[in-house]
Write a protein that binds this ligand. Structure first.
Ligand SMILES: *Cc1c(COP(=O)(O)O)cnc(C)c1O
Length: 371
């Protein structure tokens, strides 16, 4: 006897990257920033008073919303604060997607009528289909082009499939490919639903789709996802936010938990955003390490896709040994990278750019495995 809904019973839950808690493991598998958060973040957490913890926190994190609004040149009404970017994604499904209707449940087409569901470009962040299943929403999966760019007719396929929500991650994960803002604008204009542009890795890209929110563009269906997990070295804090047109943000604020972000994280998140100089310093170091790592791997004959992110998708020399074997050998040596057992990715590894010492150890172990 089980009590859960059928779609939850059938759910293949999201598999997060391995999160070993012992120290000494080199974690290059879940795209954390290798550098510590700003000292001002730690100071802001220490400065929180007992009285602030006794009371409930500001429900919509208004001070944070104001800080983010100032940084991005929008109004606080255009910002929603969430418990990690993942909560923003979950809210987008809750607010914009319909669950499928029982008597119309059928698939079997490459672009099934999704009955108000979600459209994605594949492969991408593997949480998206899991969230669709949790919400019992149907999903249209449009394959990415060979060069990992988004097909020109992506939005029109989503329209045909009846999608109310479209998700694009840019820079793309797991390839690191960067789609131009012009291309994103075309998709946004063509799409009849809400387009969420997941900019989890934008801090390493030097280009953002924020301009699509300018009044003069007349686009009212775009929401941009940001997170403090990657660029601001705060994956443990669980803080993300959305930027979009006020009515979309208001709808999402209506549906969120009353106190979805806590007092400590609000204080820390404000300090993190306000210390741009520190964060940008870490981004610069990551980019220079990325260039070095790419060069070193290419010297060894590996193929590395151009990346606008803090990770690289690499193809080791075919079969010497296969990618999965390299992943396992590195793991035995205490170095975690990401291996995806799925189409287009089976011969590849996704490697987070670490700091200099971590990348050196990675390269040394690769040399000992590949010989
Ligand atoms: C990391 C990430 C997020 C958000 O992660 P949080 O830690 O929940 O903020 C969203 N999308 C992609 C593609 C990511 O890699």
């Amino acid at each position: 006897m089980t009590f859960e809904r059928d779609n939850i019973k059938a759910l293949h839950a999201y598999t997060p990257g391995e999160q070993p808690q012992e120290t000494g493991v080199i974690k290059l598998n879940t795209n954390e920033n290798p550098y510590p958060p700003s000292p001002k973040v730690m100071a802001a957490i220490s400065a929180v008073l007992p009285e602030q913890l006794r009371k409930y926190p500001p429900p919509s994190a208004m001070k944070f919303r104001q800080a983010a609004a100032k940084l991005h040149g929008v109004s606080a009404e255009q910002i929603i604060a969430t418990n990690g970017g993942d909560e923003l994604l979950r809210l987008a499904f809750t607010v914009f997607c319909d669950p499928q209707k029982g008597d119309e449940k059928r698939g079997g087409f490459s672009y099934p009528r999704t009955q108000g569901g979600v459209g994605v470009a594949e492969p991408s962040y593997s949480l998206y289909p899991v969230l669709a299943d949790i919400h019992d929403s149907l999903i249209a999966r449009v394959p990415l082009n060979e060069d990992w760019s988004i097909p020109g007719d992506w939005a029109s396929k989503l329209n045909d499939a009846g999608c109310r929500l479209g998700l694009i991650v840019n820079p793309h994960a797991p390839s690191g490919h960067l789609e131009s803002v012009e291309s994103l604008e075309k998709q946004a204009r063509a799409f009849k639903g809400v387009l969420m542009i997941d900019e989890a890795y934008v801090d390493f890209a030097g280009q953002s789709a924020l301009g699509l929110l300018e009044e003069k563009r007349g686009l009212s269906n775009v929401i941009i996802l940001r997170t403090l997990s990657k660029g601001y070295s705060l994956a443990g804090l669980r803080f993300g936010y959305g930027i979009g047109h006020a009515p979309l943000i208001a709808a999402m604020n209506k549906a969120k938990d009353s106190y979805n972000t806590d007092m400590l994280s609000q204080a820390a998140a404000i300090a993190a955003l306000e210390d741009q100089e520190y964060a940008q310093g870490t981004w610069k170091k990551v980019l220079s390490e990325r260039a070095r790592l790419v060069g070193e791997l290419e010297k060894r004959g590996w193929t590395v896709l151009p990346s606008a992110s803090n990770f690289i998708l690499v193809t080791p020399v075919a079969g010497k040994p296969p990618a999965k074997k390299i992943y396992e050998s590195l793991k035995d040596a205490g170095i975690l990278v990401r291996y995806f057992d799925q189409d287009r990715l089976r011969d590849k590894l996704r490697i987070t750019v670490g700091d200099g010492a971590q990348n050196d150890r990675l390269l040394r172990h690769i040399d000992s495995i590949v010989g």
